[in-house]
Write a protein that binds this ligand. Structure first.
Ligand code: PEP
Ligand code: MN
Length: 375
């Protein structure tokens, strides 16, 4: 059971005392307070554990400071929406809002290779008016003989240049808990010129110890990628590990499923799940068309397959996209064949805007035709 309060309260408040007094009427019931910093206001939620079937929701509902108490309908109790009962909150980071109501593009390098390429990339993003990027320093590769990323060595110049070009958030994968400290140290040393959204890659979706570490820290929000070969339900439960260990600033990312049925694309595009994740969770939803499609090929209409895949996600309500670009894809040390050129960014942005506008128009049309938005 979850109790949503009308206003944020502290652990030692009279409201919590009153809730504990109600809980004490039933055997083995425990309460745990979670203050969720939303983009507009902090929301206090109280999780009720134990044999809650014997506890009527009315017992809490009748308290004047309770907005509503409801039973949870899925295992992922913190990230879950519970049939619209749990409000979507979103979060603020580095002056930007991440929520189910807006959209951000994280265009950038799959992997950091040279300082020059980082600088060309970031300067291009600034010219395009973008403040968010992706830059991999720690790369989990299929073969141990492939480039593994420059790791901590590249962080000083990545963060310095991000600050120079007005980038506020860099999405960066971590594959080990020590990477969190390395990133934090490098940011501190550089004077915090930018922010990092730590990425859990598809190969680590069920690395539960890593998820617990990422969840215990709250300095960095998390971009959580769906596992490539497990069910959506399993990925959502894995994502709950992050939330249940304390960090609820999470964006959930779809990136395609590993199966030969997706051939000739690298993965089978799963962006039809955008509305599913929006309905089942309170999290903003990201799509990664680069790792889904895996190659830069053009459809007969002149539009890239990567753009067509992205369009599917955005027109269905995605809130974020991460897309591989590279100033010289031929020299990229990782995933060059799927990288778009910097010169292609303006056309790409125009296409993206068309898709986002189309999504907003579709929602407005549904409302005009009398379909109420759910929760
Ligand atoms: C990436 O985004 O760099 C990446 C490795 O993606 P994924 O974990 O989805 O394969
Ligand atoms: Mn990649």
């Amino acid at each position: 059971m979850i109790i949503i309060l009308k206003q944020a309260v502290a652990e030692d408040s009279s409201e919590m005392d009153q809730l504990r007094a109600v809980a004490a009427r039933y055997p083995d019931i425990q309460l745990s307070l979670h203050n969720v910093p939303g983009s507009l206001q902090t929301i206090s939620e109280v999780y009720v554990f134990g044999p809650t079937r014997q506890v009527p929701t009315e017992a809490f509902d009748e308290l004047p400071f309770v907005q509503k108490a409801f039973r949870v309908s899925s295992n992922y109790r913190i990230i879950g929406r519970h049939e619209g009962n749990a409000p979507t909150v979103g979060f603020e980071y580095r002056g930007l809002t991440f929520s189910q109501d807006n959209f951000h593009l994280f265009a950038g390098l799959c992997a950091v290779d040279t300082r020059e390429h980082v600088e060309l990339m970031l300067a291009g993003l600034q010219r395009a008016g973008l403040k968010t990027t992706r830059m991999g320093a720690y790369k989990p590769r299929t073969s141990p003989y492939d480039f593994q990323g420059h790791e901590a060595a590249c962080l000083p110049y990545v963060f310095e240049l991000a600050g120079k070009y007005g980038i506020e958030v860099v999405a960066m994968e971590v594959t080990h808990e020590s990477h969190l400290e390395e990133i934090a140290d490098a940011l501190d040393r550089a004077g915090d010129p930018t922010g990092v959204m730590v990425q859990i890659g598809t190969r680590n979706t069920q690395n539960f110890e890593l998820l617990k570490h990422v969840g215990r820290q709250t300095r960095f929000p998390v971009l959580f990628k769906r596992g490539m070969g497990i069910t959506l339900e399993e990925s959502l439960n894995a994502c709950e590990y992050v939330a249940s260990h304390g960090n609820q600033r999470i964006v959930f990312c779809l990136r395609g499923m590993k199966t030969n049925l997706g051939d000739p694309h690298r993965n089978l595009v799963d962006f039809a799940h955008v509305p599913v994740v929006r309905r089942q969770t309170r999290l903003p939803v990201c799509v990664d068309p680069s790792h889904s499609v895996g190659k830069k090929v053009r459809a007969t209409d002149g539009v890239l397959d990567i753009q067509h895949a992205l369009a599917q996600g955005v027109i269905a309500g995605a809130n974020m996209a991460i897309v591989d670009f590279h100033p010289r894809p031929g020299q990229a040390l990782c995933d060059g064949p799927q990288a778009l050129l910097l010169e292609e960014l303006p056309g790409f942005l125009e296409d993206l805007e068309i898709c986002r506008e189309a999504y907003l128009k579709r929602v407005a049309a549904a409302q005009r035709h009398g379909v109420p938005p759910a929760g």
